[in-house]
Design a protein around this ligand. Structure first.
Ligand code: PRX
Length: 677
């Protein structure tokens, strides 16, 4: 065997959290973790009953878990059966009632440096006004409300207002298009759309409401379009428009929270899958909240009101998650979990690189952030900008760092550790921990994660399961894989409260996507391996989901957007390596008329996709192809397309219906030369 290089040796080391963190940790040693984990999976009902004490129920539940009857479509069962509660009561009122009304709940900062500090009381009052405003528009328990907004405080307020009155929010990421908003509104028959007049982005107003022109008129279920005036810019008027902030100002600051059944949906969040349109992932009230707060409580150890017994808080930790609320991370990690724990949560409107490349660190210094949670793609982007953007800020308050969304690979991990965390090196490197949290829109919160204060880290590994989580690796035939360092399908064989319950309006799709491939298991769609010390490593998707800048896109959706261009017959998209985004989209496109292939047409298709699917969906590389390789059953062979794009060995083409196209693709790819991002 060849010698390891210096980097490989460094990478293969274990990294340790600063020992002082363990003293104050809720779980103080790895022995204690393993013991509690064993208990949590062997006595899951007792374990989750204990965790549920972290919530306040209006009516206690009768049964912790109603197990499935054994039918494949009932993997999850029902959690906290018969319990009644309200998410905003748990996030806001209970802290006010316990005398913590003046404690800071949410610190919001705008792109222009405006800061709004909401206390638990002032946030509750804003939420109540928004809840009353929604009611005045006829919104009732169970109705769906779509929110398409940038990262403004109104987004936090209105999502909580929905939860207060039992309306189900469906938040659509601001980087998606009006057409994507329409698809989501139609799928769940939303009554109200909340949208901003314009978005503030890198100092300039960008259109938002105007892009709905001609689209929103076709959404039959919409009764009102609630406008949040951010810039006051000129926007087109629609007869169903309501000035929502003005309406809120007329409302009372009191609004009783609606008692919801434990299993009532709290929200729908659409996410990309392998085929067809996005799936409306449904999360419930009690299960989602219990799981979110339990995982945040043990993983991060940040101080929170939950631990206090009527005493005044000493200095409190400050939690800053940089995600957009349009994704699950923002739902769970900016709003529901930190507020239900009684933490201080920071929310920022803008991007990390404007007005300067040290914006995140400036925010950390300004608010004394102790716990910082971001995505590998952001780390890569910031690493490129140079260390001085980080080192000029005072980050001495930071205790823990974290990542989510994709594998945090060695170069960005090491930079995060050295430059942001100032971890020391040496034989036993010790420093600020980097929490690598692996989870999904579907799973509500972390599945695999290190407990920041105690778990020895291995760069690129999400380490071990969270409590109550029982991961299983399976081979093609559904046999358990126990051999170390063997790639396998990543699944779970035990239900937990935070798992999605269904796909909105399409339970069969839920069953087919997650529960059918290996009956009795929830299938994540990822490959993973376990090393010889039991550390888990995620190896990427086993399906056609593409991650661009940590954002989840379905190949079918991107292809549908490309195919809607009048000159396109067919397309196939694959992920292509990108040094900042992780992957970018490489599109093979077959034209009606191959002679029309030109650089101008590529640009035109890119612009078309942007307008149809939104700026988040951008086919950065386009290669025109006479045809794409397919199996005899008509399935696109993406493995071959990936190999052609990356100019690697294409392997076996025996199963193709049209092997002859491959040579042509290789030749065309060669003509494009080196493509490096
Ligand atoms: O492929 C895994 C990857 O992101 C997928 C889930 O994407 P999404 O539903 O958008 O949720 C992202 C934020 C929770 C997973 O199936 N993924 C997420 N976290 C990690 C990861 N891959 C490796 N390591 C992670 N920490």
């Amino acid at each position: 065997m060849s010698e390891l290089t210096a980097t490989e040796k460094e990478k293969a080391k274990k990294y340790y959290p600063l020992p002082k963190l363990a003293e104050k940790a809720r779980i103080k040693s790895m022995d204690a973790y393993f013991k509690k984990w064993k208990y949590s999976v062997e006595h899951m009902e007792e374990f989750w009953a204990d965790e549920a004490k972290k919530l306040d129920f209006f009516t206690p539940y009768e049964k912790v878990w109603q197990p499935p009857t054994g039918r494949n479509d009932e993997f999850v069962g029902k959690w906290f059966v018969g319990g009644k509660l309200n998410a905003t009561y748990n996030c806001l009122d209970r802290w006010v009632e316990k005398g913590y009304g003046d404690e800071v709940a949410l610190i919001w900062m705008g792109e222009d440096d405006t800061v709004k500090k909401f206390t638990y009381k002032s946030l509750m009052e804003e939420v109540n006004k928004a809840a009353n405003a929604l009611k005045s528009l006829g919104v009732k328990k169970g109705d769906r409300v779509c929110l398409w907004l940038p990262m403004v405080d109104s987004l936090a307020i209105i999502m909580l207002a929905c939860a207060r009155i039992g309306a189900i929010h469906s938040i659509v990421f601001g980087g998606f298009s009006a057409e994507s908003v329409k698809d989501r509104i139609d799928d769940s028959a939303c009554k109200i759309l909340v949208v901003a007049d314009e978005v503030r982005r890198a100092g300039k107003p960008r259109p938002m409401k105007n892009s709905l022109k001609g689209v929103i008129e076709t959404c039959d279920s919409i009764e009102y379009v609630a406008i949040i005036k951010l810039t006051g810019g000129e926007v087109y008027q629609y007869e169903k428009d309501v000035d929502f902030l003005a309406l809120m100002e007329q409302q009372s600051t009191e609004c009783k929270s609606e008692p919801m059944d434990a299993e009532d949906p709290l929200f729908i969040l659409y996410t990309s899958g392998t085929t067809g349109k996005p799936k409306g992932v449904v999360h419930t009230t009690a299960g989602y909240l219990v799981y979110g707060i339990s995982s945040n409580y043990y993983v991060w150890d940040y101080s929170c009101l939950l631990d206090l017994k009527g005493d005044t808080p000493a200095t409190r930790d400050v939690w800053y998650c940089t995600a957009d609320i349009g994704w699950i991370t923002g739902h769970t990690e900016i709003i529901y979990s930190p507020l239900a724990l009684g933490a201080i949560s920071v929310m920022y409107e803008g991007i990390p690189t404007w007005p300067h490349g040290g914006r995140f660190w400036e925010i950390c210094e300004k608010f004394g952030v102790t716990h910082f949670y971001t995505a590998p793609t952001a780390i890569r982007a910031l690493k490129k900008l140079g260390d001085e953007n980080v080192t000029k800020w005072d980050l001495s308050k930071l205790k823990m760092l974290g990542t989510v969304g994709e594998v945090c690979n060695w170069p960005e991990w090491k930079w995060y550790w050295d430059v942001v965390g100032k971890g020391t090196s040496g034989d036993k490197p010790v420093g600020r921990p980097i929490v690598d949290s692996y989870w999904q829109t579907e799973t509500g919160s972390y599945m695999m994660v290190n407990l920041g204060a105690i778990t020895p880290m291995k760069p690129g590994s999400c380490t071990f399961p969270f409590f109550g989580i029982h991961p299983i690796l399976l081979d093609e035939d559904g046999n358990k894989v126990t051999k170390p360092n063997t790639q396998a399908y990543f699944t779970y064989d035990l239900s937990w409260p935070g798992l999605m319950r269904t796909v909105w309006n399409d339970h069969p799709r839920f069953v087919n996507t997650y529960l059918t491939r290996f009956p009795g298991y929830y299938v994540t769609g990822d490959y993973a391996l376990i090393d010889d010390e039991g550390y888990y490593f995620i190896l990427g998707r086993s399906d056609d989901v593409i991650k661009v800048s940590g954002h989840r896109l379905g190949s079918a959706e991107v292809e549908a957007a490309i195919n809607s261009h009048p000159k396109v017959v067919e397309s196939a998209v694959i992920p292509y390596p990108h040094s900042v985004k992780g992957s970018t989209i490489f599109a093979y496109i077959t034209l009606m008329n191959d002679d029309e292939a030109s650089e101008e047409l590529k640009k035109d298709i890119q612009n078309h996709v942007r307008s149809v699917a939104g700026p988040a969906v951008y086919p950065e590389v386009i290669m025109f192809a006479g045809a794409v390789p397919k199996t005899r059953s008509g399935k696109i062979m993406r493995r071959i397309l990936k190999a052609v794009a990356e100019q690697k060995d294409i392997g076996n083409t025996m199963t193709l219906a049209n092997p002859e196209v491959v040579e042509e693709l290789i030749a065309r790819r060669k003509m494009m030369g080196e493509i490096k991002f």
